[in-house]
Ligand binder design. Sequence first.
Ligand code: UDP
Length: 475
Amino acid sequence: MKVNDVPIEPLPYDRFAEVLPPERFREFEAAVVKGREAFEGRIVWNVNSTARGGGVAEMLRSLIARARGAGIDARWVVISGGADFFSVTKRIHNHLHGSKGDGGGLGAEEKAIYEQTLEPNASELSEKVRPGDVVLLHDPQTAGLASALLERGAVVIWRCHVGVDVPNRLAQDAWRFLIPYIRDVDAYVFSRQAFEWEGLDRSRVSVIPPSIDAFSPKNQDMSPDQVNAILSAAGVTQVGSDAEPVYSLVDGSTARCTRKVVYRDGGESPPADCRIVLQVSRWDRLKDPLGVMQGFVDGIADDDVHLIVAGPSVEAVADDPEGAQVLEEVYQAWSELPASARDRVHLAMIPMDDGDENAAIVNAMQRRADVVVQKSLAEGFGLTVAEAMWKGRAVVASRIGGIQDQIEDGKTGLLVDDPTDLDEYGSDVKALLDDPDRAEQMGAAARDRVRDNFLGPRHLIQYQKLMSALLERKS
Ligand code: UDP
């Protein structure tokens, strides 16, 4: 068995009426009606290479559930491959980001591994997919399936979730590797205009940015009591709470937060009433945790302002040795800070045993923060930015990748022009801390921006329009 179905229970699409203005919800309903007509008797397949972990899997789970709830037969299948295949595709992924990854190339050997893995996946998938179905292939891992599915008579779209603003030779190498596989697909989808490749037929390119799930444990609304209860139960701050540390799962049931955040620095958790600056990311040098810490220490002297640099518990992520290494580098730098600064800087490892609980803790932390930062050096989209904006937070983030599509500088957050400029970053954070009214206004505008641009309905409307147009053209 090469290709595995990921079962997805339908979720009611009309729940979006709770968060969208009426006219936006009507627009979504109209797209649902059109989609039902266009996809009548067809299956809309989504194909990727993992059912768990990462932003793409998270997005698929929520978009497919809502599409199914809207009466569309959307399905999700995951291809399989061995370690050699995934090291080739990880290399392609890194190259598409403009970075060299493990340093290896993309030559004949890699091509052979890639094709040998995809061949049995393609034949199994071709038995499932019927002529007239629509197939959305996600990311480099699935590009090599396109020709078999086109031959089968399906409408095939290839969606690339990664990219770089200014392509370098590495990115171009990856394009050269992939283009022969996707030359004939019906459409290409990129997350932002700048990620589009040279050498593709531009008339077939669409830009569809990612989205977040407003109702997931990561982004669902939480009352201040609930936030405090979760922060208290997870030991994030010293706040006490009598309330139950509970959150909702997507099926509507309730779960309880029982695990604790571990502070790698070994110090006390931040006091209950301090102001908090927060960055939540994987432990990755491209998220610049060292710069986040140094810029904070240099730029913000107020005793009552604490920084939390948070990421997943690295013990749990055994397959990410780099994460553990980066956390140790951050810890090392932390231990060299003056004692007064060390008291105000905290390195949080969020438990990963249960993805929903991890998400609920991130949610509560983002809601508690006075300023959320994302000082990345490279970023495809930056889901953490949309997540914080949706929670009405004032965000300071680097002017790179998809972050620029989310934050309008000075209105829905602050963009740091040069992500390596620690002074600019520090003074932007300080400006928002010093002017809570401005921060609050910015947060409110940020929530509206996400509501209008980065929730599931916008994403689904764009898919519906694109797929309907392709079906019409092909019929
Ligand atoms: N995240 C999380 N727990 C953590 C650290 C990160 O759930 O301990 C989530 C974060 O909330 C976001 C995702 O991981 O949803 C990261 O996506 P983003 O686009 O920001 O960066 P990427 O990791 O894809 O580079």
